[in-house]
Design a protein around this ligand. Structure first.
Ligand code: CA
Length: 223
């Protein structure tokens, strides 16, 4: 999962970014609405965390512009304000969910994961693809009930394929969602990581569609 964190409070952003990183989330940061605006228009993210009190205008104003321009990424609004009117403004601008400061980072993570899951059309926190089960909250993977141990990068790859299943995902789409923009790999690196995943999960679980990309085989169903 790759997330854009828009927050001008550097100390808060650092703490939150570290907690998200620890949980296996790739985080890119913007300290102003203008910077966030540039990034959401040029990069691909699975979700954004958006502070409302930004130095160059209210976050909800930027959000309203993105929605106007059909930028549909899930947005979790973060703000110190507790007044209902501010929440209402955030929601009418197009926010998908809300966390009020001070917050527990665990709550931000739970809400973020739920937003991303729902943006792919899944309601249940455990994604099942045949005998494979991917728990979107814990990141744990089981195959026919037996736990499978994955590296952080393998886990991000599998998470993206599992959210997208049964759709075929191209290498470039994987690269955009699973690597940060300073470390975008060539397609060879993705192939190598896919083969490692195949060794752990069984080769038949990840199909290669020539010229199209990869898909997890079996239909994705909530348990
Ligand atoms: Ca702020």
């Amino acid at each position: 999962m790759k997330v854009l964190l828009v927050e001008d409070d550097d100390a808060l952003a650092t703490v939150l970014a570290e907690a998200l990183h620890e949980a296996g989330v790739l985080v890119e940061r913007a300290g102003s609405g203008g910077q966030a605006d540039f990034l959401v228009r040029t990069e691909v993210y699975d979700a954004a965390i958006l502070d409302l009190g930004l130095p160059d205008g209210d976050g909800s104003r930027w959000l309203a512009e993105w929605r106007e321009d059909a930028i549909e990424l899930p947005v979790l609004v973060l703000t110190a304000r507790t007044r209902w009117a501010d929440k209402a403004t955030g929601f009418s601008a197009g926010a998908d969910d809300y966390v009020t400061k001070p917050f527990e980072t665990a709550e931000v993570l739970f809400r973020l994961r739920a937003l991303v899951r729902r943006s792919h059309g899944h309601a249940h926190p455990v994604l099942r693809i045949g005998e494979l089960a991917f728990d979107t909250h814990t990141g744990s993977v089981t195959l026919a009930g037996r736990p499978v141990s994955l590296t952080a990068q393998e886990s991000r790859l599998l998470a993206y394929l599992a959210h997208a299943a049964p759709r075929v995902v191209s290498r470039s789409e994987l690269a955009e969602h699973v690597y940060d923009r300073d470390h975008e790999p060539d397609s060879n690196v993705i192939d190598v990581q896919i083969s490692r995943l195949r060794r752990k999960l069984g080769a038949e679980r990840i199909e290669t569609r020539r010229g199209q990309g990869y898909r997890l085989s079996g239909s994705a169903e909530a348990s």
